[in-house]
Ligand binder design. Structure first.
Ligand SMILES: [Zn+2]
Length: 295
């Protein structure tokens, strides 16, 4: 008798981009309902998911390590122990990948929502989970979540989950936080501001030689629905119209020349290409790349 496996293998996947190695590290997934979607007929959205054999709005949560020029960054940190038990696996998967969090010198955030920034800090004791890292994000992002007026206007859930929690997650990094407008923010990594989902939401373009990868952050949350209906947004977009405009701009940019993309909420490991189909788009997950030789 051989024992059957009882646990999934670790959620870790490498992709070489020129001289840079990008490693997708899964945080797990979050299940939710479609009622949080906006600007889309919900019956239509349900039909799209059903026809794609999706049981629910299952949101993969991905983070990405960037190994570049002898340095190591992580883009986003997952949800820590803050959301659901199906997520919060970044530290476990880093260990499985042989990565000591102390060796990560930079944390780049796409934005401050708990599925991206709650993994910064152990909320039970305030301990930094990336003790040697500089925290880096767009200059619009931090002030928004520290804006007492914006917090007062938010609903109770957002007050607690986004504003209060966000402040606690970044507080221990206070003396080692760097804010940017645009430009190269880490060797081979250029910030691509893509605002609307939050005021400072930012994608990151990884480039080395002729090779490129656009890590587009939260350009989509429900890939099946939002590629079919790019105007469809989420109730927790800070500015729905701006988020939709940014999404369309990003879709047009990456579909124009088949740029490889990766997303925090594309199904793990989250590497894909987007093609334009009339007014809609279609997402094609990339095949598993075995080789570390550049194709
Ligand atoms: Zn998110």
């Amino acid at each position: 008798m051989t024992a059957q496996p009882t646990k999934q293998i670790p959620g870790v996947y490498h992709r070489k981009i020129g001289d840079i190695v990008v490693t997708a590290i899964s945080d797990g997934y979050l299940d939710g309902n479609l009622e949080v979607m906006r600007n889309v007929d919900l019956d239509k959205a349900h039909t799209i998911l059903r026809e794609a054999f999706r049981p629910a709005r299952r949101t993969s949560v991905n983070t990405f390590l960037i190994h570049s020029k002898g340095r190591l960054a992580i883009i986003d940190t997952g949800s820590g122990n803050y959301l659901l038990p199906t997520a919060g696996m970044v530290q476990r998967n880093l260990a499985a990948a042989g990565i000591d969090p102390e060796s990560i010198d930079t944390v780049l955030l796409t934005h401050m929502h708990p599925d991206h920034s709650a993994g910064l800090t152990d909320m039970s004791n305030g301990k930094l989970l990336f003790p040697n890292a500089e925290l880096v994000m767009h200059e619009n992002e931090l002030p928004h979540w520290f804006d007492d007026g914006a917090m007062a206007r938010a609903d109770e859930r957002a007050k607690k989950l986004f504003f209060q929690a966000g402040r606690e997650q970044v507080a221990p990094y206070k003396n080692r936080t760097r804010l940017f407008k645009q430009g190269e923010v880490f060797p081979g990594v250029t910030a691509v501001p893509s605002h609307g989902h939050t005021p400072g939401h930012t994608a990151y373009l990884i480039a080395s030689g002729n090779h490129q990868l656009m890590i587009w952050g939260d350009t989509v949350h429900v890939p099946e629905v939002q590629t079919a209906h790019p105007e469809a947004g989420m109730g927790f977009d800070t500015d729905l119209a701006q988020a939709a405009a940014s999404r369309k701009r990003m879709f047009d940019r990456v579909s124009a020349d088949g740029t490889l993309v990766a997303g925090m909420h594309l199904h793990f490991p989250g590497f894909a290409r987007l093609a334009r189909r009339g007014e809609a788009y279609a997402l094609y997950p990339e095949m598993w790349v075995h080789s570390f030789e550049q194709e």
